[in-house]
Write a protein that binds this ligand. Sequence first.
Ligand code: AMP
Ligand code: MG
Length: 492
Amino acid sequence: MTEQKAIIDTGWNFDNSYARLPEIFFTRLNPTPVRSPKLIILNNSLAASLGLNAQALECNDSVAVFAGNRIPEGALPLAQAYAGHQFGHFTMLGDGRALLIGEQITPQGERVDIQLKGSGRTPYSRGGDGRAALGPMLREYIISEAMHALGIATTRSLAVVTTGEPVIRETELPGAILTRVAASHLRVGTFQYVSRWGTVDDLRVLADYTLQRHYPEVDADENRYLSLLQEVIKRQAVLIAKWQLVGFIHGVMNTDNMAISGETIDYGPCAFMDAYDPATVFSSIDIHGRYAYGNQPHIAAWNLARFAETLLPLLHEDEEQAVKLAEDEISNFAESFHRNWLTGMRAKLGIFNEEPEDESLIEGLLSMMQKYRADYTNTFRALTFDEKPEDMALFGTAEFAQWHEQWKERLSRQQEPKDSSQQLMRSRNPALIPRNHRVEEALEAAVERGDYSVMERLLDVLSRPYAHSPEQADYCTPAAPSNRPYRTFCGT
Ligand code: AMP
Ligand code: MG
């Protein structure tokens, strides 16, 4: 009776449309139970928006759900099959340490995936243990929630639990499970998998499913698979432009880590850039800089070309025609990205209208920022408040003074008053980003000392990046210069 009540009160409202797809798309499987689950963090506001009762989610029965020890009513856990190009090489992958437990239908009627990450081995685990360590799961929690607050489409993080079991990496680490919420987990890699190992009918089923789930507005009478390609390209152009505009580096833009929904997905070795430099790379395994900041738009186009290839049999019965259609669309990505980026950059500089010289004004600033190794976020913050921080070399230069003149002139040529420009800049230039040293500090306190207060405070300030409030000041400073570059690690 009490158990029944707990389930009802929690607000889970599952449907399982993915489980109704052809069998090759997934493997039905329950999570592997863990020894002693403990709730570390719960996202109350996200829970509420999903129609879940945060209080009920804290009870043991719910924590058991987050740990995979208990399957909530209506859930139908499964591991999704997918492939992907990892650093350019095609491989069969799939959920090796995650399970889709079901799709929550929210009170607004939206459908979102609820996924447990770190829930045990699956048929797609290859050599892996199917588990995750606490540090990386909290890292995903922090950065995905920061991205959401920045206004960037992303998967969300509902909860992290520890398992009470160690995971063996380079050392023994506390094991954890992240509950991830996503518009869906359909990836470019899902299409690659079906295209390689399924039939054309399977592919059509997948494309129709995707259209229905993410692009219901697409006209069924037109060439709807071409429309699918166009819409995915559009959303990626918007997404990647937003990444560039805040200095986000995904770190591992493999095709399995590109979501068809247009959300940012798979927070592994990602990090935010401090000093502006297009060559910035944080990931320890990205030796050649394939996924460097400045390369992200190019890689997105490459990934989208892989997506387009999978759709060829659906685009046109004549292969040559199909290739031509796909190529035309892919070549639109660069322009679409550029348009989004330019509009975003204008806004970051308080510019409302368009002038042909805007791009050279922007490029002029960026090249000075690179030359003087100016902190990306803080440069735009200083411009927003028309400050010239003494500790930033850029602002003391004659070059900058000249640029500043040009910029002021440019602003005076638009109708909007100065106030409106500043308003616009405040809303587009975050006061703060999840600074690498702040994230590390929070993770260290959590993992080494079981002190979650550092992380909670960080999450709190990151939840209002455009507030520009005094309490944020401490979090705006870049890390002290160090002789070792910041490095992030993958797949942990
Ligand atoms: P990611 O780097 O998180 O995108 O993962 C790439 C692939 O490796 C996916 O198929 C994951 O499911 C799989 N994977 C990563 N870590 C593990 C692990 N510890 N055990 C099993 N599979 C894993
Ligand atoms: Mg992945």
